[in-house]
Design a protein. Structure first.
Length: 259
């Protein structure tokens, strides 16, 4: 084992120990600043851009507010429209000693009519359809950076998948039974994905794809404050249900709210 790997694993162990102290949740609005994420145009005489970065920020802030109101220790990787690199997001996870990392994104598809919400957790796979989403969300990384990060992925998967997958299941099932049911939105399921923002953060976490900006009906819905609020509430209940599930398991670390 290289020194690098030893230090890395030590870092992960340290994170696990911290979980006994208090629960800190880091909410990560995807993209921002120069990086618009997926973009669609309004259907008006003078079309205006609708940008993933704006919708993601608005939903992320709602999740943040709801968790803060419930007295969790909660942070955002950005609260403004600014560029934040994937390594910077990971550094914020480190600095805040986040226990859970929730990244919020909006999907897009070149094929018209794609619909539905999906929830990703970090894991290896060889599904071609998922690789498309990964390519979009990993867009900031290239060349040597990718090679180094791919080495890290295996280690992080080992350390996080047992938490990330149940967290993804809890949030996704809540989305399904609330906004999914109410608006008749298709559930595209819980999926493994190799997202560098999840790997770099080295935390149990999920990446949410709220819906398709490329599909008129979905983007209109996602821009609605009412829907954004309902979606955020479902995510928060999903997180809380996951935490309650951890409490009820014997021998699990105790996660407490901020005093
Ligand atoms: Zn995105």
């Amino acid at each position: 084992m290289t020194l690098f790997k030893s230090v890395f694993i030590f870092g992960l162990s340290f994170i696990c120990l911290c979980r006994a102290e208090a629960l800190t949740i880091l909410i990560d609005p995807g993209h921002g600043g120069d990086e618009f994420g997926a973009v669609a145009m309004t259907q008006e005489k003078n079309p205006q851009p609708i940008r993933e970065k704006d919708i993601a920020l608005s939903i992320a802030k709602r999740i943040y507010d709801l968790l803060r109101d419930k007295n969790y220790s909660v942070f955002l990787t950005r609260s403004l429209d600014r560029t934040v690199s994937l390594p910077e997001r990971a550094a914020i996870a480190e600095k805040t000693k986040a226990d859970l990392f929730i990244s919020v994104h909006i999907n897009s598809s070149p094929e018209g009519g794609a619909v539905g919400f999906e929830t990703y957790y970090l894991d290896n796979h060889d599904d071609v359809a998922m690789k498309k989403v990964e390519r979009t969300e990993n867009i900031q990384t290239s060349g040597d950076e990718v090679v180094v990060q791919q080495i890290l992925v295996d280690l992080v998967v080992q350390q996080t998948v047992n938490t990330s997958k149940p967290l993804a299941e809890s949030i996704h099932s809540q989305l399904k039974s609330t906004v999914g049911k109410k608006y008749g939105i298709k559930s595209r399921g819980i999926k493994p994905g190799l997202f560098f923002v999840l790997a770099l953060s080295k935390r149990p976490g999920v990446l949410l794809e709220v819906g398709f900006i490329s599909t008129f009906k979905e983007r209109v819905r996602m821009m609605s404050p009412k829907f954004q609020d309902e979606y955020a509430r479902a995510v928060v209940v999903g997180i809380e249900n996951y935490i309650k599930g951890q409490h009820s398991k014997p021998g699990k670390t105790v996660i407490r709210k901020r005093k």
